[in-house]
Design a protein. Sequence first.
Length: 538
Amino acid sequence: RPEFTQIHQSHNEAQKQKMAAQKQKMAAQRLEKYLVCAGDVAQSARQHMIDAAELMRSKDGNRFQFSSNFDTNGVLWWLGTNGGTTPYCNPHVTGKVAVTPSSMSKNVAAPAAQSVSTFSTFNSSVNSILSTISTTSAELYFIEYSDELVGSLYNCTNDAAGSTIMVQLPAPLLITNYTLRSDNHGQNAGQCSKTGGYKLRNWVLEGSNDGSDKNWVVLRDHVSDESLTTAMSVASWAVDQSTFGEQAFTYFRIRITGPNSCGNKVLTMAGLELYGHVDGYLHSNSLMNLVPTNGTLSEIVAGHARRVERAEAICTGILATEDATVVLLEETLAAAQAQFAAAQEHRSAVLAEQDALLSNFRAAAAEAEAAMVAFCARVATNGLDELDVSETCELFHQLGTPIPLTTLKKEEVSGVALIGLTEGEMLSVFNIKTLGERRRLTGALRRLANRQGFGAPNTLPWDVEEVCVWLAEQELKQLQEGFRSQSIDGEVLLTLTRDDFACLGVSTLGSKATLMKKIEKVKKQYYAGEVVGDGGGG
C-alpha cells in the first residue's frame, strides 16, 4: 500500500542520513589525527637538516668503510640507528632518507603507524597537502637492513625498460662501496624457469645532486653480472671514484639496463647499503648547492654564516608550511563538524517526519481494521445477497482466496452469484486449481449464505500433513502425494466422495471402496468424539 511504501522510503532516507552523519564524525576524528601528523611531519623535516649535520660528525672522520655485506658500517644503517644509539628503524620510515621507485609491484604495505599517508584517505584537500610531505608504503623494503623483515617479500618494480629505484640521502656521500640484496623471487617453483628468479644481471649504479631525469652520473656499470644467484642473495661491489672525478652525490639509484635472469625488465631488490665519506659537505635547502667546509679560516667562517642563514630560511619555510597546513586542517575540521551538526539536525527532522507517518499509518490501519470487522459482521448477519462486486472481492480476500477485481467485474460476480457458485466454475473461471481450496471455499460460502458467520467449521481439525499421517497408518502411503497436491485437510477429507477420488490418484474400484470405507470410519469416530487433532487415530 502507499503508506507502507512511503514509510519504507522514509526509513531508507533516515538510514542514509545516519550513515552520512557517521562519515562526518569519522572525518572529524581523522582530521584530529591530521593535526597531530602535521606537527610530526614538520618535526621530521627539521630533523632532516639535523641529520645532515650529524653525518658530518659521524664516526671515523666521517668515513663509512665497507667491511662485509650488511655490516654496521654503512650510511643507511647509521641513519637507521641514529649513529648506533637506538635500535634500528628503517630510515625511509623515519624520513631520514626517501626511496622512490619508478614503479611498484608490491605485495606488502608499510604498517599504518609508520606512514602519514595512511591517514589521508578521506579529504582530498588534505591529501593534496600531505602527499608532498608523507612517506609511502612498501618502498621502505628496498633499503631494509635486516633480511628477517623481508625474508618472504617479493619487492620489485613492474616489468618496464629502464626501471629505477632512487634513494635520497640527507647529505652528499662520496661513495666507495655498495651492497645489494635480492628479494624472495626464486624461492618457489614457477617464479621463473631460470635459476634464482628475476635476479639482476644488467644494471648501473648512478649518482645525482638534484634527482632529475637528466643529471645522473654512472658510478658503476654491471653487464651480465651473476653475483646475485638465489632468493635473498647478497653481493657487494667497490666503486672506482676515478671514473666520476671523486664527486659526492645526494641521490643514488639502481637502473636496469638489460634483461634480468628471467629475460624481462623487472627490478627486484630487498636491501641496500652505501659506503664512503661525507667530509667537507653540508646538505642545503634545495639539495643542489653543496657548500665546502674546508679551506682558509675566513672561508670556513663565511661558509658557516651562509649555512646558518640557510638553516634559518629552511626553518622559516617549514614553519610557514606547517602553519598553513594546520590552518587548512582546522578549517576543514570546522566544516566537517558543521556538516555533522547539520546532518544530525536533518536526521532529527526525518525521524520526526517518519514518526508522523507511522502514526498516520497506525490510524489508517486501525480504521481499516474497524471497517473490516464491520464488513464481516454485516456479511455474517445479512448473508451474501446484498454484496456488490467490490464487496465480493473483499470477501474473497477475507476468506484467504483473493480473486482479481477485474475478473469479478468481467463475470459480474455479486453476492447472489456466489450462492450458486460451483466447484467447476471455481476452477474454470477463477483458476482455483486444488480440490481442497475449492471445497473449503464452497463450505465457507455455504455457511455465510446460511448466516452462520466466519467461524471455523465444526469438522475434523487436521491439516494436510496430519491427513498424510493418517493415510500412512491406513497403509495408503501411496496416496499421500495426490492428497498433498490437492491440499486435502481434515475438513475436506470428511466431504470426499467417490467422484473426487480420480484427481487424488485413486483409480480402481477396489481402492475407491477401501478409501471410502476408511473415511466413513473416521467420520463416525470424529462425531463420536474419538478423533483428536494430531492426525491418525482411525
